[in-house]
Design a protein around this ligand. Structure first.
Ligand code: IPM
Ligand code: MG
Length: 361
């Protein structure tokens, strides 16, 4: 079988981590008998440099016509990069938000898993880590505060900025259904996170999630306020299976969850619509400070590529092989700088990719 993959290397460390993910995908393709046809696309800063805008219609159309999109990361240093002297709607991040919206990628899956081998990199104490943890953050990705109307005005010499947080029942229901469906394949627990003690949008969120839960009597539902959740993630991360939450809360909590796994360099993500199509990218950013230095950890992108095989292409065996190869490389003691600990062998981005590839061949 041949699959069309749109590849967006992006900015900063994006090109180097995507290169390693492709290396690993190609090895899996040879071993498991499929082929991947890549088309490279521009988005973010790279697209601004080439086209003056962070996302072109051509990139959207080519992405739509593919089976899946594999992405690195976008954006630059907000203090020094000329991209941030442009108006906000022309900056790299606007391209990513528009791409997610154009492809209707409303469900963002961010698994946070503590590898036995990375316990030393986890900042939590042993008694908190316990038997480890394995959670999945299901973040709503095309609604809420990041997509509501916004404006900055000046009234009587005083500047005033407004952002709006809007959710419709329909938007909440479809992400809740995805959350419960995935919980069924895991430990059958959904913790819905909101701020229902203050926000109307959260009160609606809670009532729609409760309605959806009636269709899933085998899944245990709990609710948690977002501030409490931020605390619980470092107090007792093992309590969570699926965390179901809206866009901004999910953005923040997923960075926190990634840090308790040892490094944000380990956290993959999948952004899905109603079909098999998805966009796969690491949860971390473009780390412009280490770009091109062969220091980046490519594992989050490699694990995102594995998610692509699993969710969009139904190549579970090949996805399992990539995940096992990552585990093996950690077991064999290889570490990039971000997860380095005593007694391990420190390697760069390219070597990490090669070591994972070798364990698939
Ligand atoms: C993420 C990022 C993006 C987001 C930014 C770059 C727009 O932080 O994927 O988590 O907020 O969604
Ligand atoms: Mg983020």
């Amino acid at each position: 079988m041949n699959y069309k993959i749109a590849v967006i290397p992006g900015d900063g460390i994006g090109p180097e981590i995507v290169r390693e993910a492709r290396k690993v995908l190609d090895a899996a393709a040879v071993k498991y008998g499929f082929t991947l046809e890549y088309t490279e696309l521009l988005m973010g800063g790279a697209s601004i440099d080439a086209n003056g805008v962070p996302l072109t219609d051509e990139t959207i159309e080519t992405a739509k016509a593919s089976d899946a999109v594999l992405m690195g990361s976008i954006g630059g240093d907000a203090k020094t990069s000329p991209w941030y002297r442009l108006e906000p709607s022309l900056r790299p991040e606007a391209g990513l938000l528009k791409l997610r919206k154009s492809l209707n990628l409303f469900a963002n899956l961010r698994p946070a898993y503590l590898y036995e081998e990375l316990k030393a990199a986890c900042p939590l104490r042993d008694e908190i880590i316990g038997d480890g943890f394995d959670m999945l953050i299901m973040r709503e990705l095309t609604g809420g505060l990041y997509f509501g109307a916004r404006s900055t005005v000046e009234e009587d010499g005083v500047k005033k900025a407004t952002d709006t947080l809007v959710y419709s029942e329909h938007e909440i229901r479809r992400i809740a259904v995805k959350g419960f469906d995935i919980a069924r394949k895991r430990r059958k627990k959904v913790c819905s996170v909101d701020k229902a003690n203050v926000l109307d949008s959260s009160r609606l969120w809670r009532s729609v999630v409760e309605e959806v839960a009636k269709e899933y009597p085998d899944v245990e539902l709990s609710h948690m306020l977002v501030d409490n959740c931020a605390m619980q993630l470092v107090k007792d991360p093992g309590q969570f299976d699926v965390i179901l939450t809206e866009n901004m809360f999910g953005d923040i909590l997923s960075d926190e969850a990634s840090m308790v796994t040892g490094s944000i360099g380990m956290l993959s993500s999948a952004s899905l619509n109603e079909t098999k199509f998805g966009l796969y990218e690491p949860s971390h950013g473009s780390a412009p400070d280490i770009a091109g230095m062969d220091l980046a950890n490519p594992i989050a992108t490699i694990l995102s590529a594995a998610m692509m095989l699993r969710y969009s292409l139904d190549l579970d065996e090949a996805a399992d092989a990539i995940e096992a190869a990552v585990k093996q490389v950690l077991k064999d003691g290889y570490r990039t700088a971000d997860i380095m600990s005593d007694g391990c062998t420190r390697v760069g981005c390219a070597e990490m990719g090669s070591l994972i590839r070798e364990r698939i061949q």
